[in-house]
Design a protein around this ligand. Structure first.
Ligand code: NAD
Length: 502
C-alpha cells in the first residue's frame, strides 16, 4: 500500500512537514481524469498525539504573544495567498474538480477571513465599567482556550480550513487541523504559506485521515474546542461524542436549500441566478439551491429554466468555458445516479436528464450534467435526501404562505432565497422563515467575514458559528475581573466598599 511513485501528503507536527509512518494510505484522485495526484496518509494514534502535544506546548508562549504580532502574521499571510492565487486555484481544480473561476472564489472567500483575522486588534476586546462601586472597576478579558481542532469537508478545501485556523490562532489558541482526505492538497499548500507567513512551530499542526483521526482528535483530553463542517450524520456524531461533553463544539452540517420564486420577480435575473445556484460547482455546495418553489404564475417559467440549464457546458474544471465540472468521486457519482433513478421511479417528471454526458477528452471523469425534476413531492427521496450533485427539484405553491410552510417543515435550515420585486413580500419571508442564511434576490447568501455563518435546525449544532464576531466568542473564554486598588493612605474603610474615601 505504501509504494509511492506519486507525491505523499505530509503531516505538520511541531513546525516540521513530516512523512507519516502509517501503513494506511489513500489516493487523491483528479475527478476529471482519475489520475492519482498524491497519496494521503491516515495518521497513526501516536502522530495525532504528537500533533496535540506540540500544540499544547506552543500554547504556553503563543497565548502571551502580543495581539499586534499575531495580527501581522495574518497581514503577511493574506499577501502570500494573493500572490499564489493562480497556483492555489489550479491545485484545487485538479483535486476537487470545480472550475478555475469557482476555485478562485473558494480561495478568495477564505482569504477574506484571513483579512478579517488581521483586524483582530478591533475584535478581541473586552468591556469595562468604571466605578461599579466606590473605587471599583469591572472589566472582561477574552482569553484563548488552548488547543483547538478543525475537521473539514471536501467541497471547499480552501475556504473552510481558512474559516477555522486563522481565527483560532489569531485569538491566541493553537490548532490541529484534519482536512478532508479526498482533496487535502490545496489545504496543505495554504498551510505551507501560513508557516511561511510566520506562524511559529506547534501553533498550527495538521494530521490526515478519516473517521479514526476525527475520533482521535475528539477524544483527546487536551483538545478544548472542535469546529466541524461536513455532513449531518458525521456532525451529529461529533457533537454527541461523550468525550466532548462540556467542551466548545460547533458543527455546520448538511442542507436542502429552497429558493422561492414569486411571480413579480425579475424573470431573467432570477432564472440565471437559479441555474448558477443549482448547477454551479456541480451542485456540491452546502449553500446550493437544489429545490425551487415556483409560486402562482411563476409556475409557467419552468420551460425557460430547462432551456437555460441545457445551455450549461459540462466539462473538466480546467477547461475554459466550463459551467459544470465533475463530482468528487465515482462513489458520489453512483449515489447521485441512484437518486436520479429514484426520482424517476417515484413518479417525478424528469424535464432534463443529465446522466452520462459526453465530455470528449475526459471520458473517465465523474460527470453528471444539470438534471431537473418537476412535480416533486415531499415523500420522494430526491426531496428528502441531500443529493450534492447538479440535480434540481421543482415544486409548486399557490401562495407565499404555502412556500414558507414547506421550507419550515424541512428538517434542514442552512440557506434559502426569495426572488421578488416586493419589499413587503421579502420582509415577510425574512421574518417568518426558519433558516440560517436568507437571500433576497441573492441566490447563495454566504455571509462576509464580519458576520458569522450560521444555520437553523438540523443544519447546525452549537450556539456560535464560524468566523465573524461569534467565532471570537467561540475561541475565547470570558474572564470578568472586579478590581479595587488602594493608595498608601487608604487603610481606613478597606472592609467597607460602600464608604467613599475621597
Ligand atoms: P463528510 O461528513 O463526509 O466529511 C467531513 C469530515 O468528516 C471529513 O474530514 C471526513 O474525513 C470526516 N468523516 C467522514 N466520515 C466520518 C465518520 N464516519 N466519522 C468521523 N469522521 C468522519 O462531508 P463531505 O462529504 O466531505 O462534505 C459534504 C457535506 O458537508 C455536505 O453534507 C454539505 O452540506 C456539508 N457542508 C456543510 C457546510 C456548512 O457550512 N453547513 C459547508 C460545507 C459542506
Amino acid at each position: 500500500m505504501t509504494a509511492v511513485q506519486v507525491p505523499t501528503i505530509k503531516l505538520l507536527i511541531d513546525g516540521q512537514f513530516v512523512e507519516s509512518k502509517t501503513e494506511q494510505w489513500r489516493d487523491v484522485i483528479n475527478p476529471a481524469t482519475q489520475e492519482v495526484l498524491a497519496k494521503v496518509p491516515f495518521a497513526t494514534a501516536e502522530e495525532i498525539h504528537a500533533a496535540v502535544a506540540s500544540a499544547k506546548k506552543a500554547f504556553k508562549t503563543w497565548r502571551k504573544t502580543p495581539i499586534g504580532a499575531r495580527a501581522r502574521i495574518f497581514l503577511k499571510y493574506q499577501q502570500l495567498i494573493r500572490e499564489n492565487m493562480a497556483e492555489l486555484a489550479a491545485l484545487l481544480t485538479a483535486e476537487q474538480g470545480k472550475t478555475l473561476a469557482d476555485a478562485e472564489g473558494d480561495v478568495f472567500r477564505g482569504l477574506e477571513v484571513v483579512e478579517h483575522a488581521a483586524a483582530i486588534g478591533n475584535l478581541q476586546l473586552g468591556e469595562l465599567a468604571n466605578n461599579v462601586a466606590n473605587g471599583v472597576d469591572t472589566y472582561t478579558l477574552l482569553q484563548p482556550l488552548g488547543v483547538c481542532a478543525g475537521i473539514t469537508p471536501f467541497n471547499f478545501p480552501a475556504m473552510i480550513p481558512l474559516w477555522m485556523f486563522p481565527m483560532a490562532i489569531v485569538t491566541g489558541n493553537t490548532f490541529v487541523l484534519k482536512p478532508s482526505e479526498q482533496d487535502p492538497m490545496v489545504t496543505m499548500r495554504l498551510v505551507e504559506l501560513a508557516v511561511e507567513a510566520g506562524i511559529p512551530a506547534g501553533v498550527l499542526n495538521v494530521i490526515h485521515g478519516g473517521p479514526d483521526a476525527v475520533n482521535g482528535i475528539c477524544d483527546h483530553q487536551d483538545i478544548k474546542a472542535v469546529s466541524f463542517v461536513g455532513s449531518t450524520h458525521v456532525g451529529t456524531h461529533v457533537y454527541n461524542r461523550s468525550s466532548l461533553a462540556g467542551k466548545r463544539v460547533q458543527c455546520m452540517m448538511g442542507a436542502k436549500n429552497h429558493g422561492v420564486v414569486m411571480p413579480d420577480a425579475n424573470k431573467e435575473q432570477t432564472l440565471n441566478a437559479i441555474a448558477g445556484a443549482a448547477f454551479g460547482a456541480a451542485g456540491q455546495r452546502c449553500m446550493a439551491l437544489p429545490v425551487i418553489v415556483l409560486v402562482g404564475e411563476a409556475q409557467s417559467w419552468l420551460p425557460e429554466l430547462v432551456a437555460k440549464a441545457k445551455t450549461l457546458k459540462v466539462n473538466a474544471g480546467c477547461q475554459a468555458g466550463t459551467d459544470v465540472g465533475p463530482v468528487i468521486s465515482k462513489q458520489a457519482l453512483a449515489r447521485i445516479s441512484d437518486l436520479i433513478e429514484s426520482g424517476a421511479s417515484q413518479g417525478a417528471q424528469m424535464d432534463l436528464d443529465g446522466r452520462n454526458p459526453s465530455v470528449p477528452g475526459f471520458e473517465q471523469g465523474n460527470f453528471v450534467g444539470p438534471t431537473i425534476f418537476s412535480g416533486v413531492n415531499t415523500s420522494m427521496r430526491i426531496y428528502q435526501e441531500e443529493i450534492f450533485g447538479p440535480v434540481l427539484c421543482v415544486m409548486q405553491a399557490d401562495t407565499l404562505e404555502q412556500a414558507i410552510e414547506l421550507i419550515n417543515a424541512n428538517p434542514n435550515g442552512n440557506g434559502t432565497a426569495i426572488f421578488t420585486r416586493s419589499g413587503a413580500t421579502a420582509r415577510r419571508f425574512q421574518e417568518e422563515i426558519d433558516v440560517g442564511q436568507v437571500g433576497i434576490n441573492v441566490p447563495i447568501p454566504v455571509p462576509v467575514p464580519m458576520f458569522s455563518f450560521t444555520g437553523s435546525r438540523a443544519s447546525k449544532l452549537g450556539d456560535l458559528g464560524p468566523y465573524g464576531k461569534q467565532v471570537v466568542q467561540f475561541y475565547t473564554q470570558t474572564k470578568t475581573v472586579t478590581a479595587r486598588w488602594f493608595d498608601e493612605d487608604e487603610a481606613v474603610g478597606a472592609l467597607n466598599t460602600t464608604i467613599s474615601l475621597k
